[in-house]
Write a protein that binds this ligand. Structure first.
Ligand SMILES: Cc1cc2nc3c(=O)[nH]c(=O)nc-3n(C[C@H](O)[C@H](O)[C@H](O)COP(=O)(O)OP(=O)(O)OC[C@H]3O[C@@H](n4cnc5c(N)ncnc54)[C@H](O)[C@@H]3O)c2cc1C
Ligand code: SF4
Length: 584
């Protein structure tokens, strides 16, 4: 083991959360900081020749290599988990920028009551309406506490959109169901693709409240408060699962890396995979990390402060591998590490419209949303489920390899000339109405270490125990009927609902919005970090990212990841460094 010279702070993971924390420490403190990123280096120029659908959208060149490390999955504790061998239900990132390089840049905030989900739901419906076996909790943070950090994140990325509620005043054209914002979006909404415009008209005709999808792909050139300038989007359609070749889509490499390159106190070490956080149990202190460097050599990096930002699965796994905290046990309810595993509910419908939609143009985050059935915006008293989600028609830029072959239900052939003819005829005439729904936490959904399967280093894989429950099935049924209603108002010739949504399916892309495992809360008995992201067990360990979110919102999570990272940075720099002790 090679012992490396001491640094003040080590950050694990070079994605949005890790690099944002690095820029904050680099700009606001004199600390020496090392960021350890398991994947390779990246820069804007890498994406210039990157519009290759086969490489990036079929072979997933930017994602984690499952032949080296994957997860295992089972539905219940009675099942034997098996490894997921192919990228499917989610697409973890690796390399500088993490998944924030190939993300879709849709940037909604969570609904305001998500942070107090237990209290608000019981207040309105009574405790009996909570699903049996639920693990719903309040986060220990309120909307008013987190909103200023959302605003900072919006400015960092230059999020485009139209506010629906500024300081309690509702604004026409925005989302009236959002929590009150302190100010308007930094940039105006993106251009609309035709299918989204049809969706907008249809939703309005039904009395709903459509609004532009909040997007971190710029509608206009923008310079953020850090002085970083990015150009407006070219609507090339190669966003989601690709890096943006001109830097219009906010990515850590075009928004944070330019700052880090100027910060002499911060170093970014690529191809360095952390295997353990080393700690002193008696002193209740993290001492540093053990990692394998680019040459395959085992290294020990000591540090006074350890910050973990390696995404949900890796954050949870690293704590378990390192023996920090107590593993959650679903039979006794004891232990906090691993609990509240959730995966956003995602169920889209295909809408066949008998006219060309020019689907090849667009950008992943441009489009129109409807949130009339999100969170608790509608009365659930007589419905067989709680909570809800957002409908969205986006202009993803439908690429011919992965988008080809969707045919209306009256075409029975699934191969051969009839299928080919129909596929060509309908290729540009299908719009997708996406639905992203909340996933509440259950006591029996959790992470632990798999007793059988190991990664390429010989460390146990992370095991997921998860399945859909009645609440999700009923929510999807309701959402599918609503999507069909809007589709008919769009003039659809036919609609196909989501493929069978009964069991959690590792083959079907759900979203990369897997959450929980190291959740925040007010008690060390039931949470891993306090509401400032500080470990209850080791006060010099801070954890960032969606692993700390106790429930899964309908909104895509990255804006919230960025907001909470800013909040943790403020608490760490403003309070912890002045008096290194528990913050709660
Ligand atoms: C295809 C796709 C589309 C998406 N679209 C959206 C969207 O439209 N809107 C939205 O809000 N979110 C979206 N997301 C999710 C978004 O990318 C994540 O929420 C965000 O990137 C999380 O940031 P993070 O820093 O927590 O984690 P990551 O971006 O995953 O970064 C973590 C980093 O840690 C590194 N790491 C992991 N383990 C180790 C280790 N042991 N040692 C060293 N380094 C390690 C990883 O290599 C990675 O670079 C999308 C994701 C994908 C894959
Ligand atoms: S559509 Fe716009 S944001 Fe997306 S990759 Fe192309 S230029 Fe970049």
């Amino acid at each position: 083991m090679k012992n490396l010279p001491h640094v003040d702070a080590v950050i694990i993971g070079g994605g949005w959360s890790g690099l944002l924390m690095a820029t904050q420490l680099g700009a606001r403190t004199p600390l020496s900081v090392a960021v350890l990123e398991r994947g390779g280096a990246r820069k804007l120029a890498d994406y210039l020749g990157g519009m290759d659908e086969l490489e990036f959208n079929v072979r997933f060149r930017m994602m984690q290599d499952y032949s080296q490390e994957t997860v295992t999955l089972r539905y219940t504790t009675r099942d034997r988990a098996v490894p997921i061998r192919q990228l499917g239900n989610f697409l973890p990132g690796t390399g500088t920028g993490g998944a924030g390089e190939h993300w879709g840049a849709t940037c909604p905030r969570y609904v305001a009551d998500l942070f107090e989900l237990y209290t608000k739901t019981v207040e309105r419906y009574g405790a009996k309406r909570l699903p049996e076996d639920h693990a719903i909790v309040d986060w220990g943070v309120t909307w008013n506490e987190i909103e200023p950090y959302y605003a900072r994140g919006d400015k960092l990325m230059g999020v485009c959109g139209k506010a629906g509620n500024i300081k309690g005043k509702l604004i026409e054209g925005g989302n009236p169901f959002e929590g009150p914002r302190s100010e308007e979006y930094p940039t105006p909404p993106m251009k609309l693709p035709y299918a989204a415009a049809l969706f907008e008209q249809a939703a309005k005709s039904l009395g709903y409240h459509p609004y532009p999808n909040p997007a971190a792909a710029l509608s206009v050139a923008y310079t953020n408060p850090d002085g970083i300038s990015r150009p407006g989007c070219a609507y090339c359609g190669f966003c989601d699962r690709f890096g943006c070749m001109i830097g219009a889509k906010a990515q850590p490499t075009n928004t944070l890396l330019p700052l880090l390159e100027k910060q002499k106190s911060v170093s970014l070490r690529n191809n360095c995979a952390v295997r353990r956080i080393v700690f002193d149990k008696n002193a209740k202190r993290a001492r540093g990390v053990q990692y394998v460097d680019a040459n395959g050599e085992e290294c020990f990096q000591t540090a006074d402060l350890v910050v973990l930002g390696s995404w949900t699965l890796n954050n949870t796994r690293l704590l378990l591998l390192s023996g920090i905290g107590e593993q959650y046990d679903p039979t006794t309810g004891k232990g906090a590490v691993g609990r509240n595993l959730t995966h956003q509910v995602s169920a889209g419908s295909q809408v066949f419209i008998d006219k060309p939609l020019n689907r090849f143009m667009g950008a992943a985050p441009t489009g129109i949303c409807v949130s009339d059935f999100d969170g608790d915006a509608f009365d659930h008293s007589n419905l067989p489920f709680i909570r809800g989600g957002t409908f969205r028609v986006a202009g993803t830029g439908f690429q011919p390899v992965v988008s080809f072959g969707v045919v209306p239900p009256n075409v029975k052939a699934r191969w051969g000339s009839e299928w080919k003819k129909a596929s060509i005829e309908w290729y540009d005439k299908v719009a997708g109405i996406g639905f992203s729904g909340e996933h509440i936490a259950y006591k029996t959904h959790y992470f632990d270490l798999d007793p059988r399967y190991k990664d390429h280093f010989g460390d146990p894989l992370l095991r997921m125990t998860i399945d859909w429950r009645q609440n999700e099935l009923e929510m999807v049924k309701f959402a599918t009927a609503k999507a069909a209603e809007i589709a008919r108002a769009m003039g659809a010739k036919a609609v196909i609902g989501p493929p069978s949504f009964e069991r959690y399916d590792a083959r079907r892309y759900q979203s990369t919005h897997v959450q929980g495992g190291t959740i925040m809360g007010k008690s060390p008995e039931t949470s891993v970090v306090n509401p400032w992201g500080q470990s209850w067990d080791l006060p010099n360990l801070f954890i960032m990212g969606a692993s700390t979110f106790p429930q899964n919102g309908a909104a895509n999570p990255t804006t919230s990841v960025i907001a909470f990272t800013y909040r943790t940075a403020d608490a760490l720099i403003g309070r912890y460094l002045k008096s290194p002790a528990p913050l709660a």
